[in-house]
Design a protein around this ligand. Structure first.
Ligand code: ZN
Length: 147
């Protein structure tokens, strides 16, 4: 099975312009990871809140700062990545150079995100930062690694 070619062909022209700015793509990817995290966090915190409080919390979510095309391309990369992770054979020769570069940028952005927000080893919840002493999800205490 191959990557869904029609969609890739359609997005190709749109993405090339954006890919001339790899730094912008990287920033858009990082923002998307952080927004997902903030949204999940808000959803947890707002679970018992009333409509008004929930709306106020959602208004606090970080806004996107890049042009629309960057997120569009980032969405495309997430889509390719999901196919790759699902084990659908994505032949390198089916990827345009900017897509291959984009997937590398996505891997880097994910690694950076996971470094900033390590997952709890007990419940898997991503943490606010690397310096927490206790998981807000399950309450497990983190052992400080001795330097
Ligand atoms: Zn936990």
């Amino acid at each position: 099975m191959y990557c869904s070619l029609p969609q890739r062909r359609r997005s190709k022209r749109m993405a090339i312009d954006v890919w001339r700015d790899p730094e912008g793509v990287r920033m858009a990817l990082e923002e998307m990871f952080e927004q997902d995290y903030a949204r999940a966090q808000t959803r947890r915190e707002a679970a018992g809140a009333n409509e008004e409080t929930r709306a106020r919390m959602e208004a606090r979510l970080p806004a996107r700062t890049m042009a629309w095309g960057y997120y569009r391309f980032a969405d495309h990369l997430f889509h390719l990545d999901a196919q790759r992770r699902a084990g659908l054979a994505c032949h390198t020769r089916d990827l345009a150079a900017f897509e291959a570069e984009g997937l590398l940028a996505l891997d880097r952005a994910r690694t950076a995100f996971e470094g900033r927000h390590p997952a709890c080893s007990a419940c898997g919840q991503r943490q606010l930062n690397r310096f927490g002493v206790e998981c807000p999800g399950c309450g497990v205490k983190f052992q400080r690694k001795k330097a």
